[in-house]
Design a protein around this ligand. Structure first.
Ligand code: HEC
Length: 138
């Protein structure tokens, strides 16, 4: 009898686990969704250009699932106190939670790809020239 109860409990947990929200999104699916929903139009293909940088930030909106979903939904489906046309509304009907989390997972794979300033010879020449002509005594 004990074994039966334990297995029923185990089954219950297994089923519950399958229904629960996914622990994290899938960045491969997220890549397609990032394009499909036009995120790249304002944030660039790698999240580094356009309206708002998404790379190398400690913003909880980028890094925390609940904050990310809250941010996407905050202006969705109701009239906001502070209207903004900057970032569109993404209601759950337009972008379900699971898909939004896929996009977040993809955004989290973005890496800064700007070269180090010191590795660009022309930047070194400009810096040296600026340092030569800069004289705070003048
Ligand atoms: C029309 C331009 C536009 C589009 C399209 C757009 N965004 Fe944004 N996004 C912005 C702007 C502007 C901000 C700056 C803050 C604001 O508007 O509240 C922003 C901010 C963000 C932030 C907050 C970053 C931080 O540092 O906290 C995230 C995350 C984000 N966008 C994700 C997305 C995703 C995901 C999509 C696609 C589903 C998307 N954006 C589509 C313009 C856009």
């Amino acid at each position: 009898m004990k074994i039966v109860i334990v297995s029923i409990l185990a089954l219950g947990f297994a089923a519950g686990g399958a229904v629960a929200a996914p622990a994290g999104g899938d960045p491969v699916r997220g890549k397609q969704l990032y394009y499909d929903h036009g995120c790249y139009g304002c944030h660039g293909y790698g999240g580094q250009t356009g309206a708002w940088n998404l790379v190398g930030t400690s913003s909880p909106i980028v890094n925390n699932a609940q904050a990310f979903l809250f941010f996407l939904r905050q202006r969705g489906g109701f009239s906001p106190m502070i209207p903004s046309l900057a970032m569109p509304r993404f209601s759950e009907a337009a972008l379900p939670d699971a898909q939004a989390l896929d996009i977040q997972a993809y955004i989290k794979t973005f890496k800064l790809d700007a070269p180090d300033v010191d590795s660009i010879p022309l930047m070194g020449q400009i810096e040296a020239s600026a340092a030569k002509s800069y004289d705070p005594g003048k």
